[in-house]
Write a protein that binds this ligand. Structure first.
Ligand code: CP
Length: 308
């Protein structure tokens, strides 16, 4: 089976064998209390989280995952201001130094490509926790795991990806993993100026994935097995008025949810702003908080794969 030494991009998953092994491991972590069943398998190992952009779920779930596996954590939250980056230290130097203290590094950065550059010089495995508008591969693992848990499989499902497809790094990673599942059909729904970048459209075409682009939601609702809505990424806009004009392009409330199939699920990587009404939270099809919790188990499985 394929063995990862780092994780920068969803394209590193050459086939589904490793994915399925990770998901089986995540399910095992979830079924049992890991501290009891795996005997603290990463005891004595250290995870460093270095985040140059804000995070709640990714950073804290990685840190919780490492602690549940018996390891320790070092954390550089708000590293842009609170690490020596504020004095002008390069990422390369920082990663070389942190790699001397930690056994694995989880890094989020505001520039696309930063994780790849860091992984190339890191003395220890490095995981991309989001590189600007590039990718967020561990979120995509969480998303696929969630679809499998909620719907039983990914094959043959119709997935509506909605919102900021230009800057939404979770979407960029997810659609590359979706290419590994036969029969998947993808609806790409975004405002005209937030369409999926051409390189990802090309990737879908190369992999012969059925997809269509639209700027409206309605036609997809009765057919979607998964409605995955995203936040418009305000932090990527230089013109605030442009952001304000499109930030509320799509809104899932009870009226919209009523148009979905009874067995469909609603996903969102979170944080949400004004994409989903709170009235939808009690709908059993609203899977986004379960999706966030799954992040813990998937990241436990990934850390175990990289370090154990
Ligand atoms: N889904 C996700 O990446 O959330 P955070 O930004 O809170 O880590």
């Amino acid at each position: 089976m394929q063995k990862l030494n780092y994780l920068i991009s969803a394209t590193q998953f050459a086939d589904r064998e490793l994915l399925e092994s990770l998901f089986a491991s995540a399910a095992e972590m979830e079924r049992h209390d890991i501290a009891r069943t795996l005997k603290l398998s990463l005891s004595g190992r250290i995870l460093a989280t270095i985040f140059y952009e804000p995070s709640t779920r990714t950073r804290l779930s990685f840190e919780a995952a490492m602690q549940k596996l018996g390891g320790g954590i070092l954390t550089a939250e708000n590293a842009r201001e609170n690490s020596s980056a504020a004095k002008g230290e390069s990422i390369a130097d920082a990663i070389r130094v942190i790699g001397g203290y930690a056994d694995v590094i989880v890094m989020r950065h505001f520039e696309e490509g930063a994780a790849k550059a860091a992984a190339a010089i890191s003395p220890v495995p490095l995981i991309n926790a989001g590189d600007g508008p590039g990718e967020h591969p561990t979120q995509a693992l969480v998303d696929i795991y969630t679809i499998m848990k909620e719907l039983g499989s990914v094959e043959g499902k119709r997935i509506a990806l909605v919102g900021d497809l230009l800057y939404g790094r979770t979407i960029h990673s997810l659609l590359q993993l979706l290419c590994l599942y036969p029969g998947v059909s993808i609806d790409l729904i975004s405002p005209a100026n937030l369409r999926l970048p051409a390189k990802y459209i090309d990737y879908l075409k190369q992999n012969k994935v059925d997809f269509r682009e639209s700027d409206t939601l309605d036609a997809s609702l009765p057919h979607a097995d998964v409605l995955y809505i995203t936040r418009v990424q305000r932090e990527r806009f230089t013109d605030v008025s442009e952001y304000e004009a499109i930030k509320d392009s799509y809104f899932v409330d009870a009226v919209i949810a009523a148009k979905l199939k009874p067995e469909a699920i609603i996903l969102h990587a979170l944080p949400r702003l004004n994409e989903i009404a709170s009235e939808v939270d009690s709908d059993p099809r609203a899977a986004y908080f379960r999706q966030a919790k799954n992040g813990l188990y998937v990241r436990m499985a990934l850390l175990t794969h990289l370090l154990a």
